[in-house]
Ligand binder design. Structure first.
Ligand SMILES: Cc1cc2nc3c(=O)[nH]c(=O)nc-3n(C[C@H](O)[C@H](O)[C@H](O)COP(=O)(O)OP(=O)(O)OC[C@H]3O[C@@H](n4cnc5c(N)ncnc54)[C@H](O)[C@@H]3O)c2cc1C
Ligand code: SF4
Length: 521
């Protein structure tokens, strides 16, 4: 059998990878996606996040679920794994950034991004089935009250989400792509979006971009991780040899495939890890900027827990509303479905203090002052019913770098302030929310003890620049130093969007792929 040479191998099947696959296949390229995670059908998703085997990706413990937690010295990162990448685990929210995003960061001078990206945001919204959330449930209603209390009702809005709001649980033929897409069922407001939608209502990438790409002949190799790339230059043509290995088996067999082009789409953690390794081994011509300009949304993830059994925060979609207390700040209530109480294992009262010792002391004082109240809060029957996560996000910018460490990537602060779990503004606004909802604030142990803030929105590390000294990729996402090589995922995002980034990753990938010429071979 003659060896197959693909036109493009795409590493990862998240937002950037899925867009690239569909658009390249439409231009008659032969495309292979290599994806580390598993392929899921609706019934494969866990019923609650206590089913760690299906929810968490932790291969050393033989857990091959959809969500991965990675801890660095300065941040803890939540990310998605599987065919569909972060879309499997994400909270569906499709937010568009404010003006500051287009005018800051390493890409600012390369284009009039706000105007340039407008049509691609529109395409991305259509493809992901963006719809306004029609139901404001308990956590959203409290947020609306908070906005009213602050006399900023106009700055509260339902979210735009990638969910099909048909008749609950009723299956209909493809409502999005004129019959070319899969059947879908209406959302039943179960709140389980972040453990994977078991009802075929969430518009994950396997229901749109990847579905259509596979129909066009794109091949997807799941449970395989790309570990190396070398340049071959056979017959003067640009060609790469991609080495990958099994990611879920005990024996990790290595295999190789050849391609004329490569799209890095492994998300920040996948792409930056690979680029840092390649820069130091087989792809020396990569920019020295690899791993630089890594950002978060300066997030705070704060649990508001209520002891009142009558309250049910779990009903609704994962994120149903957003409030903008000021130009720089955004707040969203985030829910899990009934029974999904995993996070209760590591939560401690939210106190602010300059070091671990002071914080521990303050936590002890809290327990001593109100032992009965904390007993009730720690023993609530259904944690997901009686809690809501308040996701606080800011435009304010600071950057990290991810560099080669002894065994794994290590983080370093490169500009602005070190990310912190103790943003006084976040504490203040959450306290105001609690005064309306009757809740009490808690944060995860890694935040309260070690001051490592968690983020689900890691971005950058392969950012745009005018030349190889300023960025890893040019304004069309092409990698400097190599031909037919692209980065299309969160690592290409070159400024802080301040809001949930998936729509932006999709739009920028759409633009990048629109610049690739039609295959003439
Ligand atoms: C719990 C949670 C909730 C979120 N909610 C929202 C939200 O509501 N709205 C929003 O906009 N964003 C949300 N996000 C963030 C969003 O999921 C990410 O920003 C987005 O998925 C990033 O897209 P990407 O294209 O960079 O790659 P990803 O979607 O991260 O996909 C990368 C894929 O590449 C694979 N991969 C990595 N390395 C390799 C390799 N070497 N070989 C093969 N495959 C590899 C990974 O397994 C993964 O499947 C959320 C994230 C989490 C964890
Ligand atoms: S609320 Fe439930 S049914 Fe609706 S999209 Fe989320 S997981 Fe699916």
């Amino acid at each position: 059998m003659p060896e197959t040479i693909y036109d493009y191998v795409i590493i990862g099947s998240g937002f950037g990878g899925a867009v690239s696959a569909l658009r390249l296949s439409e231009k008659d390229y032969k495309v292979l996606i290599i994806e580390k995670g598993k392929r899921y059908n609706s019934n494969d998703f866990p019923t609650t996040n206590w089913q760690l085997k299906k929810w968490l990706w932790l291969p050393s413990f033989r857990l091959f679920g959809i969500m991965k937690m990675t801890f660095f010295q300065h941040i803890g990162v939540l990310s998605g794994v599987g065919v569909g990448g972060g879309s499997l685990v994400y909270a569906n929210t499709l937010a568009q950034p404010k003006q500051a995003f287009y005018q800051s960061g390493s890409w600012a001078k390369l284009a009039d991004w706000e105007n340039e990206l407008k049509p691609y945001y529109e395409t991305a919204s259509v493809m992901l089935g963006a719809a306004l959330n029609p139901n404001l449930e308990l956590g959203d209603q409290y947020l609306k009250k908070l906005a009213a209390k602050q006399k900023r009702e106009a700055h509260f809005e339902p979210t735009k989400v990638s969910v099909f709001f048909g008749e609950p649980d009723i299956t209909v033929s493809d409502p999005y792509f004129g019959g070319k897409g899969p059947e879908r069922a209406g959302c039943n407001q179960c709140g389980g979006c972040m453990t994977g939608c078991r009802y075929n209502a969430k518009n994950t990438l396997d229901k749109n971009y990847l579905y259509l790409a596979e129909k066009n002949g794109v091949e997807i190799l799941a449970e395989q991780e790309v570990i190396d790339i070398t340049e071959k230059n056979a017959d003067g043509a640009n060609q790469y040899e991609i080495t990958y290995r099994d990611s879920t088996k005990f024996l990790k067999r290595k295999k190789k495939v050849n391609a004329k082009g490569v799209v890095f789409a492994g998300g920040v953690l996948g792409t930056v890890k690979l680029l840092v390794k390649l820069k130091n081994s087989s792809l020396h011509k990569l920019s020295d900027k690899v791993g630089h300009d890594v950002r978060t949304n300066n997030e705070g993830l704060i649990f508001s827990v209520s002891a009142n059994k009558e309250k049910d925060f779990s009903k609704g979609i994962a994120i149903g509303s957003i409030y903008h207390p000021n130009e720089n700040t955004h707040l969203e209530p985030v829910r899990y479905a009934k029974g999904s109480g995993f996070w209760r294992l590591g939560m401690l009262p939210f106190v602010i203090g300059s070091n671990t010792f002071i914080r521990l002391l303050k936590i002890m004082m809290e327990f001593l002052k109100k032992p009965l109240m904390y007993f009730k809060l720690y023993t609530v029957k259904d944690f997901a019913r009686q809690s809501i996560v308040l996701l606080f996000m800011q435009h304010i910018d600071s950057t990290l770098s991810l560099n080669k460490g002894l065994f794994r990537l290590k983080s370093k602060v490169t500009s602005g302030q070190k990310p912190t779990a103790f943003i006084p503004e976040a504490k203040a606004i959450v306290e105001q929310y609690n005064s309306i909802s009757g809740g009490k604030s808690f944060v995860y142990v890694s935040e309260s003890i070690f001051n490592i803030p968690s983020t689900a929105h890691i971005l950058g590390g392969a950012v745009m620049g005018e030349n190889i000294h300023e960025g890893v990729i040019d304004k069309d996402n092409k990698v400097f130093g190599y031909s037919n090589m692209y980065v299309c995922d969160g690592s290409s995002i070159s400024a802080n969007p301040g809001v949930n980034p998936s729509l932006t990753i999709t739009a920028i990938s759409e633009r990048a792929m629109s610049k690739v010429p039609q295959n003439k071979n």
